[in-house]
Design a protein around this ligand. Structure first.
Ligand code: KDG
Ligand code: MG
Length: 424
């Protein structure tokens, strides 16, 4: 569609911004002839420059001259038009364009984005924070500190006896990023930045023996009410996942996340047959199609897709509407590698949709917030978008220039037994 009634809404520039204020981020900024700008997050952790190329070499040239108001048509143009549909790089690129266009449209309307998505349905988005510790005393300290900060739901990850560092558990090595206790961070940048991925070791049987005892101890210490979550990071077979879900039932989890690898969702039938522990999945899914049998067979309870990796606000809204038919709720992925732009987009959707469940929240570093200047606020465990027009996030180019891209990876996971690569 190149027939513009209002030439002022034409896209005249599309910039791909790469920076590393604490960790790497890829951001798309679109500008209209009238000078309205919009931002979109295109960060794919550990594969950032692939999205930069996808956008710069294949997408941004197509955007110049298009009507910024034509959000749905642009989405279909980039998705159907590519022929090579789906996949994390394609869908992150489309997500960035879509999010930036929604930001522009809301700014043009002079409204916070959630108003264009149907208006506010709740005061804010209930979040869960990340408590962790190699041993129980550190874990308990971390839970207490999160409660003091206002969190009302907590994800629990711990070390496993006999294993070294375990992903998801803040260690002294990365405590330097955010201090110790509650604010220690487990995400592996920049404390464990390296030219090649850090290698961790894994033993599923040791993990399965240990995990239920951790939740028993936490329930004994903190009582029955606190919503508790846990992430198995795709590491289990269907029967192991079923066993874990069953053994965690007495501790009444809010959810058990990513129990099996994402490629074969049909195995969740087996898990579901055996346990009533609620299941969450989807942080590495890219499209609505990935959820089809999971929704229709009622195999999961929460959708983990973020705006950033599932094709943007347009696509994620569609996924949530489809999920609502089956009483399945949102549980949007919100680690620090989702930029403040991606998080703000999730919050605008989160306050608007009828089937909001919970929002993952791990605070970004101060350096990150100085680049993006987010205006969302965290009060009493609820994260809420501001009433500024658009997403309520900016991009300070001068600040970003102080933090150049540095190649960095997620760790990899090898079996302690023989060093073979394992799922995660
Ligand atoms: O980039 C992916 C990581 O941030 C991911 O491992 C985090 O599993 C994760 C989670 O639930 O936040
Ligand atoms: Mg996860």
């Amino acid at each position: 569609m190149t027939d513009f009634d209002d030439m002022g809404t034409r896209i005249v520039s599309a910039e791909v911004l790469v920076s590393s204020p604490g960790r790497n981020f890829v951001t798309l900024r679109l500008r209209t002839a009238d000078g309205v700008t919009g931002l979109g997050d295109a960060t794919v952790n550990g594969r950032e420059l692939a999205v930069v190329s996808y956008l710069q070499d294949h997408v941004t040239p197509l955007l110049i001259g298009r009507d910024a108001h034509a959000i749905e048509d642009t989405w279909q143009y980039l998705y159907r038009g590519a022929y090579w549909r789906r996949g994390p790089i394609t869908m992150a690129a489309i997500a960035a364009v879509d999010t930036a266009l929604w930001d522009i449209k809301a700014k043009m309307a002079g409204m916070p984005l959630y108003q264009l998505l149907g208006g506010r349905s709740r005061r804010g988005c209930l979040t869960y924070g990340h408590a962790s510790g190699a041993e129980l005393p550190e874990l308990f300290d971390s839970i207490r500190a999160h409660l003091d900060q206002g969190y009302r739901a907590i994800r629990i990850q711990t070390g496993v006896p006999g294993l070294g560092s375990v992903y998801g558990v803040a260690s002294s090595a990365n405590a330097v990023v955010g201090g110790s206790g509650a604010s220690a961070r487990y995400d592996h940048e920049p404390a464990r930045r390296a030219a090649v991925p850090v290698e961790e070791e894994w033993d599923t049987r040791a993990y399965l023996r240990h995990a239920p005892s951790v939740f028993e101890a936490v329930r004994n210490e903190f009582g029955p009410e606190l919503p508790l979550l846990h992430d198995a990071h795709h590491r289990l077979t269907p029967i192991q996942a079923a066993k874990l879900g069953k053994e965690l039932e007495p501790y009444d989890l809010f959810w058990l996340e990513d129990v099996t690898p994402a490629e074969n969702t049909a195995v969740l039938r087996r898990v579901r047959e055996h346990t009533t522990t609620p299941l969450a999945i989807g942080e590495v899914f890219n499209t609505i199609w990935d959820y089809r049998e999971l929704f229709e067979e009622q195999l999961i309870d929460y959708v983990r897709s973020p705006v950033t990796h599932a094709g943007g606000i347009t696509a994620l809204r569609r996924i949530f509407d489809y999920a609502a038919v089956y009483q399945i709720k949102s549980g949007v992925h919100g680690p620090t590698d989702i930029s403040p732009v991606g998080l703000a987009a999730a919050l605008h959707l989160g306050v608007a949709i009828p089937n909001f469940g919970i929002q993952e929240y791990m605070k970004h570093t101060e350096d990150t917030d100085q680049v993006f200047r987010p205006t969302y606020s965290f009060t009493d465990g609820l994260l809420a978008p501001s009433d500024e027009p658009g997403l309520g996030v900016d991009h300070d180019d001068a600040e970003a220039d102080r933090h150049p891209y540095t190649r960095a990876y997620l760790p990899v996971n090898r079996l302690k037994l023989d060093g073979s690569m394992h799922d995660w």
